[in-house]
Design a protein around this ligand. Structure first.
Ligand code: ATP
Ligand code: MG
Length: 253
């Protein structure tokens, strides 16, 4: 059974048709990258995967079951703007992610459970290369380090699907390359399924196993909201293509 099954899915806001007639399945372990023009509904699509938005029409299944109505542990998300709390240390931020998951009402753990949460959070920080920065505060971190922190927050509760919305767009090229290496490493080690929005086609070929292009195929100049975007290309990105791209990349940088 596919991890995600989408059939004839429509999403509208009032009379603004954002997405129309989407049908696709996503298998466990895939790394899907998603590109398309600004405003075509990429973030909306991720929000539906996250459970923050509901489809207007159509079938949307996770493991063959209707999607839970609320964001759940099946999914983690890293948005480009960091969701970290400034008054908590790096370690505190990752512990809070565990605490909110294990104790959603209190948001706190005590005694042995708290000690375990601390150990788990610390391991996660080490795996994203933030072991040395555990006691720092978010404002003391570089952009790349903040991004690592939000990835750590998302991954610490072992989500099945990691959703990334233009996670590396704001980073310098060198730091972006480090983040690419990190995300590929975490993806392989944790058997994750990743859905990542990017504006960078190069990035999508480099990271993904599959490229999804969202675009409008129908336009009415008198009613710009009448038609939504569809998936216009769904391209598998094999290792051969990746290694060619890697060579080209090396020769131009
Ligand atoms: N909560 C909302 N209420 C009403 N309309 C919305 C809402 N969220 C998004 N939209 C509309 O849905 C459309 C798609 O927005 P979305 O943010 O998904 O685009 P996007 O592809 O992520 O764009 P970008 O590349 O600029 O991030 C836009 O027309 C936007 O105005
Ligand atoms: Mg967006």
């Amino acid at each position: 059974m596919s991890l995600v099954t989408i059939k004839n899915l429509w999403k509208m806001y009032g009379d603004n048709v954002v997405l129309e007639k989407l049908s696709l399945t996503i298998e466990e372990g895939e790394f899907c990258t998603l590109v398309g023009p600004s405003g075509c509904g990429k973030t909306t699509f991720l929000k539906m995967l996250l459970g923050q938005e509901t489809p207007t029409r159509g079938t949307f299944l996770l493991d063959g079951e209707p999607f839970p109505q609320e964001p759940s542990i099946e999914r983690g998300i890293v948005f480009q703007r960091y969701s970290v709390f400034e008054h908590l240390s790096v370690l505190g931020n990752v512990m809070l992610a565990i605490e909110l998951h294990s104790s959603p009402f209190l948001g706190r753990l005590f005694g042995k459970k708290r000690k375990e949460a601390k150990e788990t959070a610390m391991k996660m920080l080490v795996s994203v290369g933030l072991g040395e920065a555990a006691e720092k505060y978010p404002s003391e971190l570089s952009g790349g380090m903040q991004q690592r922190l939000s990835i750590a927050q998302s991954l610490v509760n072992k989500p099945k699907i990691l959703l990334l919305d233009e996670p590396f767009g704001a980073l310098d090229p060198g730091i972006r390359a480090d983040m690419h290496a990190l995300i590929l490493d975490l993806w392989k080690k944790n058997n994750l399924t990743v859905v990542m929005v990017t504006h960078d086609l190069h990035e999508s070929f480099y990271l993904g196993t599959r490229l999804l292009v969202f675009d409008k195929v129908r336009h009415d100049p008198h009613a710009p909201n009448a038609y939504g975007a569809r998936i216009t290309y769904d391209i598998p990105v094999g290792d051969t293509r990746k290694s060619v791209l890697h060579e080209i990349n090396k020769s131009i940088t």
